[in-house]
Design a protein around this ligand. Structure first.
Ligand code: GDP
Length: 300
């Protein structure tokens, strides 16, 4: 089995290639939940949703979130009533958020709720939230602290970033299932996700770093040169004192990764790292990067 640490865009692009090359049952994905948010009483878990929809074959791979060809009847009707949600949630996507909220309100953990939703959607990959307690990435801007989703979706990531704070009432602990998939994997891949808002929250869960230290870990950079392929990784890295590039990414993963891959277009020279084309602009490019990584794992 191979385990992936994932956010909601870069690593899912890699998983798109992986799922064509591996049996789904051989894939486990530990997913960031620090971007989760309750909206209109329902539970959005943006990264879990994206990974689930990827494996169910329903993901809108134009946007890398939401369901393909979803309708927006409820969103529009709410707007007519003068109630504007700041995320444009589709109807079938909303159904998942309603079901998740209901399962959690009935006392299920997020892990069990996810397992049930995956079963309903016929998913065979193991998809695990990083923990079962609530953790939220807050972005400090001149306006004050904003939920990551507000910073990125409502304010379009345009505000100056002064820092990043993780809010939680109890220190998040990795679930037993998270630790057990890491321990039973042939390799763990830290995909090309945002190091600050997607990967660090997973690494901060109690037990994850210790489990990874015993595993064969490959890290993939989400940067090409001084820019991420998409999203706010650059400003978030700088706000916590890190370089917005592959060096900065490796610094986040220092001591954890056995192999580090960054893009062939990078002009940086990083000792002992590997370079290849990491830009996944279509499914074949995703498969190419997946093949490159699987070869490294098989040759180990
Ligand atoms: P989020 O939860 O939507 O922020 O998604 P992730 O954290 O999983 O992914 C965001 C990161 O993916 C960004 O930092 C991007 O630079 C990176 N990314 C997106 N597409 C690609 C790609 O094709 N190649 C690489 N190397 N990184 C990518």
């Amino acid at each position: 089995m191979i385990t992936f640490l994932s956010g909601g865009t870069g690593t899912p692009k890699l998983l798109l290639g992986m799922k064509d090359l591996l049996q789904e049952e051989e894939i486990a994905v530990i997913v960031n939940t620090a971007e989760d948010i309750w909206i209109s009483g329902n539970h959005l878990s943006p990264d879990l949703d994206t990974v689930m929809y990827l494996f169910s074959g329903e993901l809108d791979t134009g946007k890398w979130w939401g369901l393909r060809e979803d309708s927006f009847i409820t969103y529009d009707a709410l707007q007519e009533l003068g109630y504007e949600e700041f995320i444009k949630i589709g109807d079938r996507d909303r159904a998942v958020h309603i079901a998740r909220a209901k399962l959690i309100s009935e006392g299920l953990t997020l892990t069990d709720a996810t397992r049930l939703l995956c079963r309903k959607k016929g998913i065979h990959a193991i998809i695990l939230p990083m923990c079962d307690s609530e953790v939220t990435t807050m972005v400090r801007t001149p306006r004050g602290l904003s939920h990551f989703q507000e910073f990125w979706v409502k304010y379009h990531g345009e505000e100056e970033v002064l820092g990043v704070v993780r809010e939680c009432s109890t220190h998040p602990m990795a679930t037993d299932k998270v630790i057990s998939v890491i321990e039973s994997s042939d390799a763990v891949v830290i995909g090309p996700s945002n190091p600050v808002s997607s990967i660090l929250p997973i690494l901060e869960c109690g037990g994850v770093r210790e489990a990874l230290s015993e595993a064969f870990v490959i890290g993939v950079s989400p940067f090409i040169g001084n820019s991420p392929v998409s999203g706010p990784a650059g400003v978030l890295m700088q706000s916590i004192g890190l370089r917005p590039d592959s060096y900065g990414t490796l610094e986040v993963y220092e001591g954890l990764v056995d192999l580090f891959i960054h893009d062939i277009r990078d002009t940086l020279t990083i000792p002992d790292s590997l370079t290849t084309d990491t830009l996944m602009v279509n499914p074949e490019k995703s498969r190419e990067l997946a093949r490159f990584i699987l070869k490294l794992i098989n040759e180990r």
